[in-house]
Design a protein around this ligand. Structure first.
Ligand SMILES: [Zn+2]
Length: 173
């Protein structure tokens, strides 16, 4: 009998699942995986590393998201750290198909894949660029901004000129 304590291998699949299930503080129905901001989870020197790309650097939710992922991993028993990735810059293209469905189901407009980003350099915050915002109710592009600030700093209020419905546009995206 060898009296050495075998080192418990780190269950990477479980760690990745724990990190991926962390909700976004602004959009609790969205996980960091839905948003595409959790880029990778790997093991480095026996520590679980979660790579996170902020939606845009000025978003106050970034720090909260990083802390939430760290807390979830720690609670699940993992030695972990979060690594912030600034490059390549996050784009709305990284929102998963499932994530887009959830946004629409919750009445929030997000740019369609590839839209609003193709003509803009990645370094330009989407907030300041010209974008087409489609109504989450009727899909019309005939919308206008009502207020720069909605119920949270990350949301702007829009109204659809086709169906008349007000809706939130998630401008941190
Ligand atoms: Zn509409």
């Amino acid at each position: 009998m060898v009296n050495a304590v075998a080192k418990q291998p780190i269950d990477l699949a479980r760690a990745a699942a724990v990190a991926a299930s962390v909700p976004d503080p602004e959009l609790p129905f969205m996980t960091v995986s839905d948003l595409g901001i959790l880029r990778d989870v790997f093991i480095e020197n026996d520590i679980v590393v979660a790579q996170v790309s902020p939606t845009y650097s000025g978003c106050p939710a970034v720090v909260v998201i990083e802390q939430s992922i760290l807390a979830a991993l720690t609670e699940a028993g993992f030695n972990s750290r979060v690594q912030r990735m600034m490059s390549p810059a996050w784009t709305t293209d990284w929102i998963t198909t499932e994530g887009r469905k959830k946004l629409r189901a919750n009445g929030i407009a997000a740019p369609a894949a590839g839209r609003g980003t193709d003509n803009n350099p990645a370094s330009e915050p989407i907030l300041f660029s010209r974008i087409t915002v489609s109504c989450p109710q009727c899909d019309s592009d005939n919308t206008h901004k009502v207020s720069e600030f909605g119920s949270t700093p990350c949301k702007a209020q829009y109204r659809c000129d086709s169906c008349g419905e007000p809706f939130d546009y998630f401008k941190c995206l």
